[in-house]
Design a protein around this ligand. Sequence first.
Ligand code: MRU
Length: 383
Amino acid sequence: MADQYAAQNAASVAHTDSSLVPALRWEELPEGPVLVLLDQRRLPSEEVELVCTDVPALVDAIHTLAVRGAPLLGLAGAYGLALAAVRGFDVEEAAEKLACARPTAVNLAYGVRRALSAYRNALKGGADLTGAAAAALEEARALHRQDAQASARMAAHGLDLLKELLPGGGYRMLTHCNTGALVSGGTGTAFAVAGAAHRAGELRRLWVDETRPLLQGARLTAYEAARAGMAYTLLTDNAAGSLFSAGEVDAVLVGADRIAADGSVANKVGSYPLAVLARYHHVPFLVVAPTTTIDLGTPDGSAIEVEQRPGHEVTEFAVPGVPEGGSEAGTGVAVAPLGTQTYNPAFDVTPPELVTAIVTENGVLSPVTEAGLAELCDGSRSG
Ligand code: MRU
């Protein structure tokens, strides 16, 4: 099977422009500060930036997935709070609106909370509103730097783990959804590990699940893999089983939106079936996430709120020029009869017993246990 992909390899190596437009940046314009987002709904066909001058615009960008992915949602939340503070909007109201713009990725509320605490603490310490707003912005910037550092450390820990689990090298990794620089202040989570393997000359193939219905794999991961010059192949989500049965997958690497205290992992819908397949085929299922994605306040998987998305994402295909995720019902090409009922959860939950290891910036946890997860979070466990 490997030879069949040689030509595709050459094609993907042809685009080696690894410099991505930043997924999110703060900019001071003469008319005031703004949050500039790379509009992910329009990728890969257009690299268009979306300028948010207020919280409602940012909340809309979060709802429609112009900005998305757990760590990046944390940054969006923190910068969004700072934007409200610097522009003199109602900060407490902004915090509420931002924190619940999407329910599953715990990073969003975490980012908002961090910037809000910095703002409140500055006020308590005697700062005026300008000083408190500056404190909120500095906290958002600190989270941004920490997230970039976490990416680098997860990549290093993940590569070490792969070397240990698969001593033969030449990994064929399957990934789901999008977990690279588009979701992070750095190089991402699971995709950062694939990137480290690629740079070490050990990535034989990255299998990219298309990730129905919003195609984060096809539109975004393939885009990032092409730019990085990786050998990658796109497959429909339902082709994964045949790939496992052909013995073509050495490891599954995914990110996470929330990891509960018992180690249950909420991630893009379709991750759980991959974990089941991986277990059946004796393939490691690795979850790569910063500790900011671990939520010890959520006891187990059943307590994780899974976002339900609109039905038209399933019953219609987006058409060129209409942003994926942001389209209104009726603007795409219908692929089901009018009035069809849908089931469209954005995430699913994988139980800890199906997770071979959780890779964080603080180290690797395997097997996944509640006590081990708590130690990873407080930094008392490493390696
Ligand atoms: O709905 P999305 O595109 O925000 O979902 C993103 C994912 O599920 C990612 O896999 C997850 O956030 C982990 S990425 C670090």
